[in-house]
Write a protein that binds this ligand. Structure first.
Ligand code: C5P
Length: 232
């Protein structure tokens, strides 16, 4: 089916940003809006896929027609993704997952002290969900055939956005890494996007050259859906 190349396929999409609680009223969060993940879910649905949508915190509603689960923290997102990937053909990790969480959760609101002092917040590492799942697949576990990660990168004097992306692709080991150039005008919360898709050398669908997409998050999403369709 040319119109619906993903008919019969199930794809898990994560979106939004995790929030790591410090106390009942405070958290460490990030500025992910959920827009890119929502766009990916819509593009996959339009291509005929069944979408399992794992939503962290988003500033807009989840798309319609998906199987929805919600996750607040990185640890919750990990559990939700593990559940969702069972029997799925693809995984797209568009969520911004916190790399660190507070080492301790305060059951009551952290209070100011009388002496002008301020607390020190100790952080611990969160699991890298994407890297973990890729490692388990490599070890033989039955996991999605096509795994796509997202990365926001900035270039500098030492290396370009694409070079940093390549290094991350190698580290994470996913099949496709969508590298977003972030800066003043691009990235978080915006509709416009410039992205480069980098492919693992032995990714499903064969080795392929990087692809650049300049345009909206919907354009990037359609490209991701196209690539998925070609991989199967
Ligand atoms: O290392 P970085 O955070 O840039 O990697 C981004 C990619 O890794 C995204 O696909 C994101 O969803 C995923 N990720 C993850 N678990 C983390 C951090 C990032 O799965 N703890």
């Amino acid at each position: 089916d040319v119109e619906r190349p993903l008919a019969g396929r199930t794809v898990v999409v994560t979106a939004g940003g995790t929030r790591e609680p410090l106390d009942p009223v405070r958290f460490l969060g990030n500025r992910s809006s959920g827009k890119q993940g929502i766009a990916v879910a819509k593009a996959l649905s339009a291509a005929g896929a069944t979408v399992r949508f794992v939503a962290a915190h988003m500033d807009q509603p989840a798309p319609e027609g998906v199987e929805l689960s919600v996750a607040g923290t990185a640890v919750e997102l990990r559990a939700a993704v593990r559940e969702a990937v069972r029997g799925a053909d693809g995984l797209v990790m568009a969520a911004a997952v916190a790399d660190f969480r507070p080492a301790a959760y305060n059951d009551s609101k952290i209070k100011k002290t009388g002496d002008d002092g301020a607390p020190t917040i100790e952080l611990v590492r969160n699991p890298d969900i994407l890297a973990e799942i890729v490692a388990e697949r490599r070890a033989g576990a039955e996991l999605p055939e096509v795994i796509v990660g997202f990365a926001a990168e900035t270039g500098d004097e030492a290396a370009s956005v694409e070079e940093y992306g390549r290094a991350k692709l190698a580290r994470k080991g996913c099949d496709v890494l969508v590298v977003n150039e972030v800066g003043e005008q691009k990235g978080f919360g915006r509709d416009e996007n410039a992205a480069t898709l980098l492919f693992r050398e032995d990714a499903p669908g064969g080795p392929r050259a990087p692809e650049h997409v300049a345009g909206s998050k919907d354009d990037v999403a359609r490209k991701v859906a196209d690539v998925m369709g070609e991989a199967f």
